[in-house]
Write a protein that binds this ligand. Structure first.
Ligand code: SF4
Length: 509
């Protein structure tokens, strides 16, 4: 199917959306025509210390900006469709997924051995290897390396790990300038916003949003939102900073124990600039990124870009095995909660993640609410299962931002049982008393109803009657958030239970 929004339109009102000749009043309907003026970019969730993030509130603000919400949904669904096309071009796709999953599970269950093997081989290659227990230690180690070299500016390529470590904030506090080299990440840096997606950091922004940011920060024409003009202007502004930088930083998509090297995949070649322009290269890499042998790399490289962007391979797959002549290379291996997660019986397989973003692109909640609504480093389905491992209270609302439809699990190239882990987190949060009283009470009432067939059937009958006769304002009013984005189902003439009784006469007690 090519259309992301398959609702039929009505000839009388091309902007309206109709079903069975009834105009739909939900968010994508035409009750609020799109405005011709540029729409203000909705901002992300408000973080208040350790208090739970209100994802639903931020998502509601995102959906209240229909141009952004529609553009976001369509862009990501387009990536999902491209991914499907690539997947269908590889007959052994499911075997590749199974193999990738098995390699990751094997590696994670022998993590200590492979990390030690990597360290020994990397040192033999002339790489300095450091170990960081947490974000603070990571930041201190990198600062120490930069201070030893008198470095005052650092160019870096996109890395979710450094977002986890709030690395740029730390560097600002010690007076070192950090310049992002990935275009999307640079846009987010200039706008003082976190990335909203792990692969396409500024996917929630329209061209006019980017034009506004660049006009304020690098002096472009605020009325010109041509993408070529914007990209070229940013390149012109950033290139001198890159050429003058004292040090470069990359992440690492895969670390190979057998060779002591690591691999960085990008589409802009910016990691190669970060690694090769200055003489000092620092790579910050999570310990779960390790794979045993070089031959395993092919499995992941075939899966990564197809799953992420629906392209057969990333434009640049750069291998680093040691410092360049006259240069210096450091690898900082970061734990930051990963060892603890490895010990969590229900959640350890989340460490298999290769950060492709496919689960985000397919998720109906993520596509409609925007990554910044999660108020966390990792958003979308993968965020729902990782974020609570960092702080169960702060991210306690996130596992509820899912329909549990399982699409995330189906597309995951390393076969993480994402939707099952989301469900497991809900149980865990109830156990830890991190679920609001109203939600707990509603779930208890639903449980009671569903466990009593007679009461359930009576409730279904009453609901069917209500659906047929309730005035619309009862559902669609300012007080009922449910009605803002949903259309009531039509009452059916016969429920499945009635049909079953009439045709099979079964006893379903
Ligand atoms: S959980 Fe799976 S689909 Fe989601 S980002 Fe990680 S590897 Fe990709």
């Amino acid at each position: 199917m090519n259309m992301p929004h398959p609702e039929p339109t009505h000839n009388d009102d091309p902007e309206g959306i109709y079903r069975d000749d009834r105009r739909l009043d939900h968010a994508e309907g035409a009750s609020r025509p799109l405005r011709s003026q540029p729409e203000k970019q909705p901002r992300g969730a408000k973080a208040r210390g350790n208090r739970p993030i209100d994802q639903a509130e931020a998502a509601a603000r995102f959906m209240a900006a229909p141009r952004h919400a529609k553009m976001h949904d369509e862009r990501l669904w387009d990536l999902r469709q491209k991914r499907d096309r690539e997947m269908h071009g590889i007959l052994e796709w499911e075997e590749l997924r199974a193999l990738a999953s098995a390699i990751k599970e094997h590696t994670l269950t022998h993590l200590d051995e492979y990390l030690e093997q990597f360290e020994a081989n990397a040192r033999a290659n002339g790489i300095h290897v450091h170990w960081a227990r947490d974000a603070a230690e990571h930041n201190r180690i990198v600062h120490g390396i930069l201070a030893d070299h008198g470095a005052k500016s650092l160019i870096k390529s996109k890395s979710m790990l450094t977002e986890e470590c709030r690395f740029r904030d730390y560097m600002a506090s010690v007076g070192i300038e950090v310049i992002e080299t990935d275009l999307g990440e640079r846009i987010q840096q200039l706008d003082h916003e976190d990335p909203s997606h792990i692969v396409v950091p500024a996917v929630h922004k329209t061209r006019t949003d980017v034009a506004e940011v660049f006009a304020k920060t690098i002096g472009t024409d605020p009325g010109n939102s041509d993408v070529h003009y914007l990209a070229e202007s940013e390149r012109e502004a950033n290139r001198p900073l890159i050429l003058a930088a004292d040090a470069g930083m990359t992440g690492g998509n895969f670390v190979v124990a057998e060779t002591g090297g690591f691999v960085v995949c990008t589409n802009e070649g910016n990691a190669d600039l970060s690694a090769n322009v200055p003489k000092l290269h620092i790579a910050s890499i999570g310990i779960e990124k390790i794979i045993p042998r070089l031959e395993h790399l092919a499995v992941f490289v075939r899966l990564l870009s197809r799953s992420a962007l629906g392209s057969p391979i990333t434009q640049y797959t750069s291998h680093f095995r040691g410092p360049r002549a006259g240069g210096e290379m450091h690898v900082v291996l970061v734990d930051n909660g990963r060892s603890e997660r490895l010990g969590m019986a229900e959640f350890w397989t989340s460490l298999k993640c290769i950060r492709c973003g496919a689960c985000m692109n397919t998720c109906p909640v993520y596509r409609r609410s925007g990554g910044l609504s999660y108020g966390a480093t990792y958003s979308g389905p993968i965020g729902l299962i990782i974020d609570p491992t960092f702080n169960a209270r702060k991210y306690s609302s996130l596992p509820f931002a899912s329909t549990l439809n399982g699409s995330c699990t189906n597309v995951c190239p390393v076969k993480i049982n994402i939707h099952e882990q989301i469900y497991a987190w809900r149980r865990e949060l109830v156990k830890q008393h991190e679920v609001p009283f109203a939600k707990k009470a509603a779930m208890k009432a639903a449980g009671e109803l569903l466990s009593r067939p007679a009461a359930y059937r009576a409730a279904v009958g009453a609901a069917e009657g209500a659906l047929a006769h309730l005035p619309r304002f009862v559902v669609y009013n300012a007080l009922n958030a449910w009605g803002k984005h949903r259309e009531n189902p039509h009452p059916v003439e016969q429920t499945f239970h009635d049909w079953y009784q009439a045709n099979r006469g079964g006893n379903d007690e």
